[in-house]
Write a protein that binds this ligand. Structure first.
Ligand code: PLP
Length: 365
């Protein structure tokens, strides 16, 4: 028996623009579906986010899958193109590319696309991951505009990524760098991930007719980007529910231990259940005794070390549960993925992305 996961479409905010052209307008949405829609399946994400204005991801294969599955709106490659063959596909499949390095600009300068390619020129405003340094940005942007004049590029937008939108530090310092370096340049702007979109909604409002795009990922799947604020506090509902069942029970005497390494010892007589879900399904091995888990609708706790295919739970609060009893590892009727992640010393993102391919997926509308 194996675990199952069900996922349903994440809810997208209604972003219908209000007012006239001079009004402050809600941003457009790049729904981020990288890493197979954070473990939910590329096409499932695409279908769930049908209302989004565009999809953003890294892998060309995922982008092509979306195009071939009927997605006609924009698709953004968050790391851009790596080699000329990628550019040919970006041209053929109408993909928007991030341009974050001189090498990418050089490659574009040699390209002869059938139609001009849309790009976002990325500024490294302080995260020091991808993007042109502040002192190189305007030169790179000017070069992109030259390539547009030559018919190689179409829309030339601006973008940066925040390192601390979820943390005490916030986005102020990076936003200042962006405004100083790129604030007066033309073209669409894209700044905010989930944390920044939720915490600083005002910075993505489109003003004066400039297009503004947010890039939410994790919140679209109903998980929280914040360590200190759960998804429910934003009205977010989990898209993924990881479920399994009890496949065995054991009656322990005082002193009996559970699982590899005998990490849990019974102090009194107790009943435990063995759940068909382990780290090979994507359940984190670092989750220890006490990690919340729901059996037959009742919240209980994990016991001992998670095995590859199984884990043990305390049946004390659910004495009626036997073989076949339903188990919710995380999601709609279980603990939140963020709670499980916290117990394992990680974040919900990692657990969602790490869902194993062997877990059967049932998609609900
Ligand atoms: C992953 C990613 C996002 C989305 O981040 P979330 O925290 O999941 O909202 C946005 N922009 C870029 C560049 C990313 O890599």
């Amino acid at each position: 028996m194996s675990s199952t996961v069900t996922s349903s479409a994440g809810a997208l905010a209604d972003t219908a623009p209000a007012g006239g052209p001079a009004a402050v307008v809600a941003p457009s949405i790049w729904a981020v579906i990288k890493a197979h829609s954070y473990g939910h399946g590329t096409v499932q994400g695409m279908q769930g986010f049908a209302a989004a204005d565009g999809l953003a991801m890294l892998d060309l294969a995922e982008a092509l899958e979306c195009r071939e599955s009927g997605w006609t709106k924009p698709i953004l490659l968050l790391e851009g193109c790596f080699e000329p063959a990628d550019l040919e596909l970006a041209d053929r499949y109408r993909l928007t590319s991030v341009v974050h390095s001189r090498e990418q600009l050089d490659m574009l300068a040699r390209a002869r696309p059938a139609q001009p390619l849309d790009v976002l020129v990325k500024l490294n405003s302080g995260m020091n991951r991808l993007g042109f340094a502040a002192d190189a940005y305007r030169g790179a942007h000017a070069r992109a505009l030259e390539l547009r004049a030559q018919g190689i590029l179409g829309s030339v937008g601006r973008m940066t990524h925040f390192a601390n939108a979820d943390a005490a530090q916030g986005v102020a310092a990076q936003l200042r760098v962006f405004q100083q370096v790129a604030g007066d340049l033309p073209g669409p702007v894209s700044l905010c991930n989930s944390a920044a979109t939720l915490r600083y909604p005002e910075i993505s409002l489109a003003r004066g007719g400039a297009e503004s795009w947010v890039r939410p990922g994790i919140c679209l799947y109903g998980a929280s980007p914040f360590a200190d604020a759960d998804a429910a506090s934003f009205g977010l509902k989990p898209a993924m529910s990881l479920r399994s069942a009890i496949i065995a029970t054991q009656d322990l005497r005082p002193g009996d231990t559970v699982g590899y390494g005998s990490l849990f010892t019974a102090e009194a007589p107790m009943r435990i259940g063995v759940v068909a879900c382990g780290y090979a399904d994507g359940y984190p091995r670092h989750a220890g005794t006490g990690t919340p888990i729901v059996v037959a609708g009742t919240r209980t706790r994990l016991l001992g070390r998670v095995s590859m295919d199984m884990l043990a739970v305390d049946l004390t609060p659910v004495p009626q549960a036997g073989i076949g009893a339903p188990v919710s590892l995380w999601g709609a009727d279980g603990p939140s993925v963020d709670e499980v992640a916290q117990a394992a010393g990680t974040i919900g993102y990692e657990l969602l992305c790490a869902l194993a391919t062997r877990v059967p997926v049932r998609t609900t509308p």
